[in-house]
Design a protein around this ligand. Sequence first.
Ligand SMILES: [Zn+2]
Length: 274
Amino acid sequence: MTATDSPMKLHVLSTGVMECDHTWLLLQAGNTITDRQHKDKPAAWGEAPTHAVLIETPEGRILWDTGVPRDWEKRWEPTGFQDFFPVQEDPAGPGYLDTALADLELTPEDIDILVLSHLHFDHAANAKMFENGKTRILAQADEIEGVKSIEGEFAGAHLVSDFSGLPLEPVHGDAEIVPGVSVISTPGHTWGTMSLRVDLPEDGTKIFTSDAVYLGASWGPPAIGAGIVWDSVGWLESVEKLRKIQEQTGAEMIFGHDAEQRKGLTLAPDGFYS
Ligand SMILES: [Zn+2]
């Protein structure tokens, strides 16, 4: 993870740490969902970190997801989610996407392709930073179609102002983005949630599941569902699809919001995978 001849570099960017009742992420009998005014009540309150992934390839720079927005408290007000998923405001702690890119001496204009795992408020929130006429912005076709059915400002964790008017390019099913970087269609969490597969020359295959799998505990086996799932049967089929690919490739799985797993990851700018 230091000097390398690999043509690829993969940086994991910290893009804000939310807190929430983990009942949202993992169904546990006897729990009811709590807001921050009552966070001392259930044992399930904990961190839900977010990340983005920057991959430097000979074909250009690819960014996967964008994390939470700096103005989350105000922006999430119409949804009420600011009380259920408050972002930690520790100035010494991890930053947001803009500072994470700046730490690598990059700006949004340096990104050739932005790939959005899905259009929820903790993944697509900073997509409009890339409305620069240069960065291509990709999402799964079913997600782009799905959000068209939203009436009003938001539906669930889809906040229309995050992505309205963006020139989203549809990806259909499983697809290679550039050699060594591909998306895996893993619907269920939303209409068109997808996962990212990167085949690194030195560090091997890594699969970033986004919210197709929130936590190591969701992955199992057996897979355990959660409070925010659009289609539970589709969700389970997607987890088992990922499990087959993991078994075939020996891939390392990196889950969407796992605070424990994150402690073992190398985060930018301290290092990268290659
Ligand atoms: Zn999420």
